[in-house]
Design a protein around this ligand. Structure first.
Ligand SMILES: [Mg+2]
Length: 231
């Protein structure tokens, strides 16, 4: 094995987040009699991307999401009270927690690597959603530990997020660590900050060279080959 410790992101790495996001929003809006279409979804995604970038920067935390998730996107006045609006907003989390759409190549990868190295989840996602989906998919059993930013009070791409894990797990040789994720700003930048090898999964997009990525792959089967080099 080329690596002993593998840090794996969840959303858009193991789970098809776009699919889950769409289904969750659609379910929620249908339940509340609100219109939902592609145009709204595009607007929501733009808004949500900005929110998450601000979470990565430490400007917001995931606790602020209830308030801000649909800010300016839905008319808050249509709800009887602000509490009602917050309940509606958090309803999205309930929907999402029930949507473990996994990519086809995720389980085969976990099966092949399980027992050969230590696998850890590293995610900035919402705690309840991530635990629910890991459990529902049966993926939780593959991981030695699950590190969720909301629980440890630090987020990717902070160096401190990774240093916390190194300390917790007594990891001293960083050359034996690799991070697998889809995001340049949180996963690849985080790996760089931590001084470990980085591997980006790029699905349905053209791979462009990027200095943050030591490796870029288009499917998780390639990750297995990469990690098991020399076997
Ligand atoms: Mg991700």
């Amino acid at each position: 094995m080329k690596f002993d410790h593998i840090f794996i992101d969840i959303d858009d790495t193991l789970f098809d987040f776009s699919k889950a996001e769409r289904a969750s929003l659609e379910n929620l809006f249908n339940k509340h009699g609100l219109p939902f279409d592609d145009e709204f979804l595009a607007k929501y995604r733009k808004h949500n991307l900005k929110l998450w970038q601000n979470i990565e920067r430490g400007i917001y935390t995931t606790a602020d999401l209830s308030e801000l998730r649909f800010d300016t996107l839905v008319d808050k006045e249509r709800f009887d009270s602000h509490e009602e609006y917050l309940r509606f907003s958090n309803g999205y989390i309930d929907e999402l927690a029930c949507c473990p759409f996994v990519f086809d190549d995720a389980k085969p990868m976990l099966d092949k690597l399980y027992g050969k190295c230590n696998m850890y989840i590293v995610t900035n996602g919402v705690t309840r959603v991530q635990y629910n989906r890991l459990k529902a998919s049966g993926f939780d059993k593959y991981f030695k530990k699950i590190f969720i930013s909301e629980e440890i009070g630090l987020q990717k791409p902070l160096k401190k997020f990774f240093e916390y894990i190194f300390r917790e797990e007594n990891i001293t040789d960083k050359s034996r660590c690799i991070i697998l994720g889809d995001s340049l700003t949180s996963d690849m930048q985080g790996g760089r900050n931590a001084g470990i090898t980085t591997c980006r999964i790029v699905r349905n997009k053209k791979i462009e060279p990027n200095s943050l990525c030591d490796y870029q792959i288009t499917g998780l089967d390639e990750f297995v080959s990469l990690v098991m080099q020399g076997e």
